[in-house]
Design a binder for this molecule. Structure first.
Ligand SMILES: CC(=O)N[C@H]1[C@@H](OP(=O)(O)OP(=O)(O)OC[C@H]2O[C@@H](n3ccc(=O)[nH]c3=O)[C@H](O)[C@@H]2O)O[C@H](CO)[C@@H](O)[C@@H]1O
Ligand SMILES: C=C(OP(=O)(O)O)C(=O)O
Length: 421
């Protein structure tokens, strides 16, 4: 099994090109189920989750052509197996995103329940409740959601909490429903907006995406389209935090500052000098960061997917910060690993109090989820000596060639096989 070896101490300098967003690419790939025509996607990130989605869709009968690793053509004319099996769903919760589009186009779908994961129990009750409101008959048996509806009917749906994939699933279901649907308390995340924009190119009638009320006028059918996946704001934020920890000056290309306001504000508060223009963000950090407190909330507030990276940054900051996680009940799995590197963190329920220390020391660490792994990598960039990050298959789910990107700006980081250690 691969690991990453990082020797801390090198400041970062140069440019990094940001990949397409994982959390936009996955629902948009699933949107290909809504038409028999070809959906052509560019700026698709080369990630394990994208490969899993490709495998899932191909298993359903989708024809997938790849011009190169970042460009996909998906043709849904011969989709005939309306099922997402447990073997794939268990490796990627986002597989639940085939439920809405498959049910909407074919009148039936069978999708394994995803179950919990390292960061929390992550139920999908809101997805199911919304589809039932649109007239679907749903049975849960043998660990599978079996949904049926001759044709879904437009409905008013108010979700109990803001759910990103829940909003996306219901949006994809509603585009082919008979009549008008509204999704209220909808997620406003930029990835939901990117999906809606792709669906509109495919012929869907959607307004209000990016607000908490999305209105969808169902149509009879969708057609093919071409869409470029938006840049990954979490990959962008992770590299910004890497510069905060290792120091230096880096320009991030193919990204957007306008969807990162809450993160950029906090980085400036911590002492970063940040400039941004059309498609780029430059960050310079020459001194020790100041501690910044954060509270995770749905967009546009501070994202839970950046919590671990800010925790890492705060471990070396001057002062004490308070980090409150309100989205997932168990998203502090990185704390004990950061502590192994010398961090001073105390957890009390949903809150972690981080007292900045003068130095971290390299250690062998491992993480049980994606962003926790990222936090350990960036901590390693600033730690004394060598850090080995184990179980990097989590990282490969959501970061495209992280070692090449960080190595390209001067980090001492390499991927090593088990045999080397
Ligand atoms: C593939 C993808 O886009 N993943 C993102 C998505 O996950 P995901 O869409 O799974 O997360 P949700 O927005 O649905 O979860 C938010 C909260 O709502 C709860 N909930 C959700 C649905 C439901 O039916 N019942 C319920 O109780 C969840 O357990 C969680 O506590 O949004 C999260 C929150 O921004 C991000 O961390 C993930 O990176
Ligand atoms: C939690 C994440 O992803 P997923 O919802 O796919 O588990 C993430 O991207 O940080």
């Amino acid at each position: 099994m691969d690991k990453l070896s990082i020797t801390g101490g090198n400041p970062l300098s140069g440019e990094i090109t940001i990949s397409g967003a994982k959390n936009a690419a996955l629902p948009i790939l699933c949107a290909s189920l809504l038409t028999a025509d070809t959906l052509r996607l560019t700026n698709v990130p080369q990630l394990r989750d994208v490969m899993t989605t490709q495998k899932l869709l191909q298993g359903m009968g989708m024809r997938v052509m790849t011009d190169n690793v970042h460009e996909f053509e998906l043709t849904g004319a011969s989709v005939d197996k309306l099922e997402a099996p447990y073997e794939l769903v268990k490796t990627m919760r986002a597989s639940i995103l085939v439920l809405g589009p498959t049910l909407a186009r074919f009148g039936e779908a069978r999708v394994s329940l995803p179950g919990g994961c390292a960061i929390g129990s992550r139920p999908v009750g809101e997805h199911i409740k919304g589809l039932q409101a649109m007239g679907a008959e749903i049975n849960i048996e043998h660990g599978y959601i079996h949904a049926r509806a001759k044709r879904l009917k437009g409905a008013r749906i108010i979700t109990d909490m803001v759910t990103v994939t829940g909003t996306e699933n219901l949006l994809m279901a509603a585009v082919l429903a008979d009549g008008v649907s509204t999704i209220e308390n909808a997620a406003r995340e930029p990835e939901v907006v990117d999906l809606a924009e792709c669906l509109i190119k495919m012929g869907a009638r959607i307004t209000g995406h990016g607000t908490d009320t999305i209105r969808i006028e169902g149509v009879e059918r969708l057609h093919g389209a071409e869409h470029a996946v938006m840049p990954d704001r979490i990959e962008t934020g992770t590299f910004l935090c890497a510069v905060m920890m290792a120091r230096g000056r880096v320009v991030l290309r193919n990204t957007r500052a306008d969807i990162l306001d809450s993160v950029l504000d906090k980085l400036r508060e911590a002492g970063a000098y940040i400039e941004a223009g059309d498609g780029w963000i430059a960050i310079e950090m020459r001194e020790r960061a100041k501690a910044v407190s954060i509270r995770t909330l749905p967009y546009p507030a501070f994202p839970t997917d950046m919590q671990a990276q800010f925790m890492a940054m705060n471990t070396l900051a001057t002062g004490t910060s308070v980090i409150t996680e309100t989205i997932f009940e168990n998203r502090f799995m990185h704390v004990s690993e950061l502590a192994r590197m010398g961090a001073d963190i105390h957890i009390d329920g949903h809150t972690a109090v981080v007292k900045g220390v003068d130095k971290l020391s390299g250690a062998t660490v491992m993480a049980t989820d994606l962003r926790a792994s990222a936090s350990l990598v960036i901590a390693g960039l600033a730690a004394e000596g060598e850090t080995i990050v184990d179980r990097i298959y989590h990282l490969d789910r959501g970061y495209e060639h992280i070692e090449a990107k960080l190595g390209g700006v001067g980090a001492d980081i390499k991927r090593v096989g088990t045999a080397a250690h």
